[in-house]
Design a protein. Structure first.
Length: 567
């Protein structure tokens, strides 16, 4: 038997790989036109993949729990954290002495030793990507899943395990019934196969053909599909051109289809199947029906103070104070509807399961079987639909605000992300207030759920960096909420104090003033430029007064702003 020769990678292939790593990607969402039987088949396949992934996740969770219970591994994790902290503190020193240099070298060796010991224990307890992949190869036969789809799901599970092992992940989460994972094929020529036939793009998954709905009125979608079809007709020409431009220092968009995913959703009680096509390159700009570009990119610095429910911003031409993720009265209306549905669900649940409750109305401890009535199931579906609609409204509103920020400037300055810390429950040192009653431990969980400041900040960063702009997070010692430029000093204020007077007597809105100080940044030193504050304050203050007058005139209710509006 002749031994197969190993393929030698050519210089052209090396350059092509470098280009694939350097080029950005985006996703095109296409709705498919399928029969009800075909939709049910794909929903069933997605549910089988969910069960398969949950079984693998259970195996990995059991091994992970066994590892984290051992004293040795917990001690190694603690040592790793201490050594890493010591190395970081030494690396921040500009000029190290010879003793410090030797200490840094020893600490790096110790860190490597601890890391090797941790890796050995992970292999001993079967917490490796190799074990995860091999286990999925066995499980996929039980659930009748193809290797490409199953291994793509295994990658997601291993990413979750890695987050618990190496990052800030706390626990592994299973997918409940109805929460379907996407059917993703990480290779475009396998499983979910796309090709150009009769001048248009077609997809196939197994025996199921996936015809996509082409909306002629959606100019952006038509531009994207034409670019993908153009690449598939002559891929070698587009690749060669991209490599040539990369050698000259420019990354061009080829619109090569990288891979496709099938996403199953239930919308208003109907089954809908979408195809997510990941494409290489930057997306086309969106246009109106007349062909005019919708979202223009501005120039200049934009200082933005992102709160739990509002954003305040200052740019060269515009200042503003807005509620986050708001489209009309969508949040208040949906919240009330959700409360009513949840109360009805609770009444139905109590009526059908009286044995699961104590005499005082609390839920009984221990294992319980819950009976769901037909009415309860209908209420559950309506609650799920309300949550879906509110999530979609939040997403659209945030995207509108993100594009608005990009139109104001090309340098976005804000404070570091802290939404995850703010939603945690408080743990006050003195648990009782003045009246002897327990203090509330709640913080900003509900506000963050409704407004999603973390998602807004992530999208801002993504848009500015992908469109040639600059995204800057100021260091923690910037303290925009405490600085007073009139006396060049930091003055602490209560959180409830939304409107306050500067030392010279000027009254300002707290969030807007923080955004103004972020706007007055020295881009080199990343500190507040007091000279810029003094030069631009009067102009920006007049804009702030006009903004507040406009809010009062239109009777806008800006959350936690301190601006009183007549009812």
């Amino acid at each position: 038997m002749t031994k197969r020769k190993k393929h030698q990678i050519t210089e052209y292939e090396k350059c092509l790989r470098e280009y694939h790593k350097a080029s950005p990607r985006h996703v095109i969402v296409l709705e498919t036109d399928l029969t009800e039987d075909e939709k049910r088949h794909l929903f069933h396949q997605a549910d089988l993949l969910r069960q398969c992934g949950n079984e693998l996740l259970g195996i990995m969770k059991r091994h992970l729990d066994q590892l984290l219970r051992t004293k040795k591994y917990r001690g190694l994790r603690k040592s790793y954290g201490k050594i890493s902290k010591s190395i970081k503190s030494l690396q921040q020193i500009k000029e190290l002495s010879n003793v410090q240099k030797r200490h840094l070298k020893d600490q790096k060796k110790n860190l490597q030793t601890v890391s090797d010991q941790m890796n050995e224990m992970q292999e001993e307890y079967h917490i490796t990507w190799e074990y995860c992949r091999n286990t999925m190869k066995t499980l996929r036969l039980k659930y009748e899943q193809t290797s490409v789809i199953a291994l793509s799901r295994a990658e997601d599970i291993w990413a979750a395990v890695s987050k618990v092992l190496y990052s800030d992940g706390e626990r592994l989460h299973f997918k409940k019934r109805g929460d379907l994972p996407e059917l993703r094929a990480k290779q475009f020529h396998k499983e979910i196969i796309g090709r150009v036939k009769n001048g248009s793009l077609e997809f196939r998954y197994g025996k199921v053909s996936l015809p996509v709905i082409r909306k002629e009125t959606d100019l952006w979608l038509m531009d994207e599909l034409e670019a993908v079809e153009s690449y598939l007709k002559d891929p070698s020409f587009h690749d060669a051109y991209a490599i040539d431009q990369m050698k000259h220092g420019e990354i061009v968009s080829t619109y090569r289809p990288c891979y496709a995913s099938i996403v199953c959703k239930t919308i208003r009680g109907k089954l809908r199947v979408y195809l997510h096509l990941t494409v290489e390159g930057l997306p086309f700009p969106k246009r109106t029906k007349d062909g005019v570009i919708k979202h223009l990119c501005g120039d200049g610095i934009v200082g933005c103070d992102i709160g739990t429910q509002t954003i305040a911003y200052t740019s060269d031409h515009v200042v503003g104070l807005e509620n986050l993720a708001e489209r009309g009265n969508s949040i208040r209306c949906v919240e009330r509807q959700q409360r009513l549905v949840q109360r009805a669900m609770d009444r139905s649940r109590r009526a059908m399961n009286p044995d699961n409750y104590n005499a005082d109305g609390t839920i009984r401890k221990g294992k319980k079987t819950w009976i769901k009535s037909k009415r309860y199931q209908k209420l559950q579906l309506s609650y799920r639909e309300l949550c879906r609609v509110s999530a979609e409204n939040r997403k659209l509103a945030i995207h509108e605000q993100v594009h608005k920020m990009r139109s104001l400037g090309d340098v976005f300055v804000t404070e570091a992300k802290n939404a995850k810390k703010l939603q945690k429950r408080a743990n006050p040192e003195d648990p009782l207030n003045k009246n002897g009653k327990p203090k509330r431990k709640k913080r900003f969980g509900r506000s963050i759920q409704n407004r999603c400041p973390g998602y807004f900040q992530a999208k801002i960063q993504q848009l500015f960096e992908s469109t040639g702009g600059t995204y800057i997070e100021v260091p923690s010692d910037y303290r925009a909420s405490q600085y007073d430029h009139t006396v060049d000093d930091y003055i602490k204020k209560k959180l409830s104090q939304r409107m306050f007077n500067l030392k010279d007597g000027t009254k300002v809105q707290r969030d807007w003033y923080s955004s103004f100080l972020l706007y007055c940044i020295d881009l080199i030193t990343k500190t507040i430029d007091r000279q810029k504050c003094l030069a631009t304050f009067e102009t920006q203050l007049n804009k702030e007064h006009a903004m507040i007058e406009e809010i009062i005139r239109l009777k806008k209710r800006i959350m936690n702003s301190g601006i009183r509006v007549a009812a």
